[in-house]
Design a protein around this ligand. Structure first.
Ligand code: NAP
Length: 307
């Protein structure tokens, strides 16, 4: 039997967008709760350093996220670490359903962010946490003195390779094309690190090992040759995807699964707002997630006041 709790606004997601929305909605006098099944911080919580947030020259991702979390709580925002199972329209607003509680609310802000894209290899799932990782900052220290592989060619992969090269004996950087997608400064830095071995035009083929990662088979796309890298860690950094399946039929999603909305953060459904990386947008950065949080928080508070 589930219990009911009443709030004016329920925010789904305790990353930068959700916590920023909480700060603005709470300051606008609304009674709110933030729900997140994974804890607070979202992507930024596991980022090594943030150096592109205006006004803050350099801060660890964890400290940035914790600052936001404490700020939202100090203003009176409630946070529960429960996963949302569904959102159902009612006569008075919406029921936000978790395992044990139904949160009855007038408005919802979706701020679910993105989750890491998988490599889609056999054994990837069973070896996750046993050599397969999606977070170099979280797990890198376990690989001190060992060989690892990083897959990807974007800023995350380049940053991960540089970060891991501080701890590991050798870092194989496996990228499917000849050119990286990430920033030139990282590319230049990588070229100067003797222990980063760049494998361009290579794709992952197989993760080897039973209880732990014991090797990583990769294929050269130019000559179809296959080699096995002697690594004990495989770090996947191949981008992110939205996880908005529970909102299908509730709000419009685009073909990739992003919630369709403009800079006003309004979804196709009255009373439901969206903020941050999980919506359709051009620039997905920390500062735009925070900005979305402000826009959605203020819009939701206004909606609740005027209804
Ligand atoms: P991303 O830019 O989307 O890069 C993903 C990389 O993975 C691409 O190089 C892609 O190859 C490769 N890839 C995708 N699917 C693959 C697959 N199935 N197998 C092998 N390789 C695959 O993702 P990201 O690096 O996580 O960055 C996401 C966003 O955050 C970007 O806008 C990025 O600039 C930003 N970011 C910024 C910073 C910073 O400012 N310091 C740090 C980290 C991230 P292709 O290149 O061939 O498509």
């Amino acid at each position: 039997m589930k219990i009911n709790e009443d709030y004016k606004i329920v925010i789904i997601g305790a990353g930068t967008a959700g916590l920023s929305a909480a700060i603005y909605a709470q300051r606008a006098g609304q009674d709110i709760i933030i729900l997140d099944g994974k804890g607070y911080g979202g992507q930024i919580g596991s980022t090594d350093r943030v150096e592109n947030y205006p006004g803050i020259a350099s801060v660890s991702g964890f400290d940035f996220a914790t600052g936001l979390y404490e700020q939202a709580k100090s203003l009176g925002a409630k946070i529960k670490f429960s996963a949302v199972k569904s959102v159902e329209p009612t006569d008075t607003g919406f029921d936000v359903v978790t395992d044990r509680v139904i949160y009855k609310t007038a408005a919802v802000i979706i701020a679910t962010g993105l989750e890491k894209r998988k490599l889609n290899l056999d054994k990837e799932e069973i070896l996750t946490g046993k050599g397969v990782s999606y977070c170099a900052t979280c797990d890198g220290a376990f690989y001190k003195g060992k060989n690892v592989a990083v897959v990807g060619g974007g800023n995350t992969a380049l940053e991960d390779a540089l970060f891991l090269s501080e701890y590991c004996t050798n870092v194989y950087l496996v990228h499917r094309r000849d050119e990286y997608r990430g920033e030139q400064t990282y590319i230049d830095e990588i070229a100067n690190r003797d222990n980063i071995i760049q494998l361009k035009s290579y794709i992952p083929v197989e993760i080897e090992g039973t209880d732990r990662v014991e090797g990583f088979k990769v294929k050269n796309l130019k000559d179809d040759s296959v080699k096995t890298l002697d690594v004990s860690g495989v770090f996947a950094a191949v981008g992110q995807v939205p996880s908005n399946d529970i909102f299908k039929g509730l709000v419009e999603l685009d073909s990739a699964g992003y919630v369709v909305a403009g800079e006003d953060c309004l979804t196709s459904t009255k009373g439901i707002f969206v903020a941050g990386d999980c919506r359709t947008k051009e620039v997905r950065q920390l500062v735009t997630a925070a900005a979305d949080g402000a826009v959605a928080g203020i819009a939701a508070a206004k909606y609740v006041r005027n209804r």
